[in-house]
Design a protein around this ligand. Structure first.
Ligand code: SF4
Length: 343
């Protein structure tokens, strides 16, 4: 049995209700109760015991905007599969680990991960708007890496002192779960480091709560001299509705390059049809497919695994139906390697 207290998952610090932006109000109201999730989606009560068991290890988090894209009464819905805890999460499977990418070994300062040459990853927020059941950081000790100004100052000092770093990557949790005030403060200081050229943000928030792309966010994004790349995380075409397309259009107007990384997940996108539809829909939203990751072997997610041979066959099939610029690179992250490893 994998054990983890939901208390390990830190809540996003929120402003008082009068000060909250619409996206923050949505964030405050996300579904965190497996019984409510099952009830709202009209699922057979037989799903509840497994959902409770999985939730005890990694809590349920589903925003309303995402819930609205799930077909009620359909336990096979590809969006539901990403957020519904299952009893399988409690199984111990050989090779599936709490820290499959050994990130704990690459943490020179709290809240900072330095794995690859020229790039440094800062944990900008300890939490997410959605908890994806296959997440490789589902056991990450966010409590120990929760950012504070003092911690960010220490991380900034590391960046200032290493002229080989050209790119700062904001990650999490979800970095855009931090307030715009906090992010503007951080980005202003990154902006002042002369050897930094790019700001990369890894986020799922513009997808799961499109209202996150508001004037305040676009304000600090537009103000920085750094080149901006937003790597979204979308696994299925049904995740992209008109609100997501509108949010992406605003980001592009602000000079942000939009890329997507997905995870190949059994029961979600493990068919040529689903992957082709995803690439087509991404391009309609102005997003380029970037990576298709095989699953990281994180404890509690073995039921999502797609074997390597099948993954290669899927990509070969995808190549038959898509132009090259819509092909994501099939890749695996191997602990200790200097870059991601193409399959
Ligand atoms: S949004 Fe990203 S970091 Fe957060 S749970 Fe999902 S996959 Fe993990």
């Amino acid at each position: 049995m994998i054990t983890r207290s939901p208390a390990d998952v830190q809540s996003v610090p929120l402003a008082s209700s009068q000060e909250r932006a619409p996206w923050q109000r949505q964030l405050a109201g996300i579904i965190r109760d497996p019984a409510e999730l099952c009830r709202r989606l009209d699922l057979d009560p037989a799903w509840l015991p497994g959902a409770e068991a999985g939730h005890a290890l990694f809590e349920v988090r589903v925003p309303e905007a995402y819930l609205s894209r799930i077909r009620p009464g359909d336990p096979t819905d590809p969006l539901l599969r990403q957020v519904l805890p299952l009893g399988e999460e409690t199984l111990e499977v050989p090779g599936y680990l709490a820290d499959p990418l050994q990130e704990a070994e690459h943490t020179p300062a709290k809240g900072l991960i330095h794995k690859y040459a020229g790039r440094v990853l800062l944990i900008a927020s300890p939490s997410c708007a959605i908890n994806c059941r296959y997440c490789f950081r589902r056991h990450f000790p966010y409590g120990e890496n929760a950012p504070s100004r003092a911690q960010w100052e220490a991380s900034l000092d590391t960046l200032r002192g290493d002229a080989s770093i050209r790119e700062a990557i904001l990650s999490g949790g979800d970095p855009l779960a931090a307030s715009d005030r906090q992010l503007a403060w951080l980005v202003e200081r990154l902006d002042a480091i002369p050897h930094l050229k790019r700001l990369r943000i890894h986020s799922r928030l513009p997808v799961v709560i499109p209202e996150r792309v508001d004037d305040a966010l676009l304000g600090w994004l537009s103000a920085t001299r750094l080149q901006k790349v937003l790597v979204l995380h979308i696994n299925h075409a049904n995740e992209i509705d008109e609100a997501v397309i509108a949010a992406c259009a605003r980001l592009k107007q602000a000079g942000v390059t939009l890329l997507n990384q997905s995870v190949l997940l059994r029961g979600v996108n493990d068919s040529v049809t689903a992957l082709a539809a995803l690439s087509e829909r991404l391009f309609e939203a102005g997003i380029l497919p970037y990576y298709l990751h095989v699953l990281d072997p994180v404890a509690g997610a073995a039921h999502f695994d797609v074997p390597d041979d099948q993954a290669r066959e899927l990509v070969a099939g995808l190549r038959q139906v898509l132009p090259g610029f819509l092909m994501p690179t099939l890749t695996r992250e191997v602990p200790g390697e200097a870059s991601k490893t193409p399959l």
